[in-house]
Design a protein around this ligand. Structure first.
Ligand code: HEM
Length: 360
């Protein structure tokens, strides 16, 4: 029988052992988890745009929760509650403005990220499914934006939602059902706003988080598509570890974004238009900037043609990795997708600027 006493361990050591038993993730495992090789082109920050919408989404959740403490989603109280947040709640104007600018920057960065993926061919085999998940993220993000602007219950919120419902109505066969689903009835009623709220603050964010989890998991499983630049020395290693280099790049982008957001929120705070009046149609009804191109498209054609052609465009975008592979095989033009991408981008910018420039 041994009479030697066990060496006395410090409280720190005992806590560490207690913790390791409960969370059996050791330093080496952690390093392996975070040290995934990242292709060299991600040293350039403009290729790291995928992290930007993710960061902004976190800002949206945080500021959204603060706004939800005061927002009251019914036609009788919504506008007043937003006015209270803006004028009376401490820093309410600031967090509301952060939420509004965060939405704008998030949508802009999703579009820029999608463009970078498109023009670098990051959607090609074997990443086709991740492109489709990305397209679902784009639709989800735009819907969060749309439902969010409807919550303020100012004139443009009310009339924007009414116009959107009438557009849904023009879809052949299912139009009426879509409209009723959106408005919770045949026309805007007291159940419409709570429906927008539950979509905006619960259903769509949960869908976005689920899609994001799959998106990032697939990015990790495939790795990011490597790109080679002519100015890079051939001997240089093709990858670098995620931690700490890439992690710090993302951290700096996050900090810069926080400063930009804060400056925008302070210099150009969110305003409040006239309250919704179902009896008075405003002279100009305009959606938010990210729907300008769609709105202009609707004005160019009859409602049914515009809606069906837009549906077709979104469908083609979803299936683009498959269509692109077929097109390149048939035409044997390697850069065909780039030409189509440039034409699409110019059309999108053209329609957006056109809608922004005209009063009606
Ligand atoms: C909330 C929106 C989104 C977030 C947070 C996000 C996040 C990311 C991140 C972090 C990456 C890793 C590479 C990088 O930083 O660029 C990535 C890659 C990728 N994303 Fe997204 N993404 C979003 C939306 C989209 C959309 C709209 C599409 C396209 C329709 C898309 C398609 C892809 C594809 C195919 C890759 C792999 C690219 C490659 O390997 O080069 N993503 N995404």
């Amino acid at each position: 029988m041994s009479t030697q006493a066990e060496p006395k361990r410090s409280v720190g050591d005992r806590f560490r052992q207690w913790w390791r038993e409960r969370v059996p993730l050791h330093r080496v495992d952690f390093r392996e988890l975070t040290n995934e090789p990242v292709p060299n082109h991600l040293r350039r920050w403009w290729f790291c745009l995928g992290g930007t919408p993710a960061y902004l989404f976190v800002v949206q959740i945080f500021t959204g929760i603060l706004l939800a403490f005061y927002y009251q989603p019914s036609p009788a109280t919504a506008y007043e509650s937003v006015a209270t947040i803006t004028h009376h709640v401490s820093y309410g104007w600031y967090f509301r403005s952060l939420h509004k600018w965060g939405a704008t920057l998030m949508i802009a960065s999703v579009i820029l990220h999608q463009m970078r993926v498109y023009f670098t061919g990051g959607y090609r085999r074997p990443r086709e499914v991740n492109w489709m998940i990305g397209m679902s993220l784009l639709v989800c993000t735009l819907l969060i934006g749309f439902t969010g602007y409807s919550l303020v219950f100012e004139q443009l919120s009310y009339w924007g939602a009414t116009v959107a419902a009438n557009i849904c109505d023009t879809v052949p066969l299912i139009g009426g059902t879509l409209k009723r689903l959106l408005l919770a009835g045949d026309e805007y009623n007291r159940n419409t706003l709570p429906r927008f709220y539950i979509l905006h603050a619960a259903v769509l964010p949960v869908a976005e988080i689920t899609l994001l989890a799959f998106h990032i998991a697939l990015v990790r499983l495939h790795g990011v598509t490597p790109l080679r630049f002519e100015d890079e020395p051939p001997s240089r290693s093709e990858t670098f570890p995620f931690f700490p280099d890439h992690f710090f790049t993302e951290l700096i982008i996050g900090l810069v974004l926080m400063i930009v957001l804060s400056v925008l929120a302070t210099v150009l705070p969110a305003e409040l238009g006239p309250p919704a009046d179902p009896l008075q149609t405003p002279e100009v009804i305009k959606p938010e900037w990210f729907f300008y191109a769609t709105f202009r498209w609707l004005k160019l054609f009859s409602a049914t043609t515009a809606v069906l052609s837009m549906g077709l465009i979104v469908f083609v975008m979803f299936l683009w990795p498959l269509i692109d592979a077929g097109l390149r095989r048939i035409t044997r033009i390697e850069d065909i997708s780039e030409y189509i991408g440039i034409a699409g981008t110019l059309t999108l910018i053209g329609l957006t600027v056109w809608e922004a420039a005209v009063a009606h």
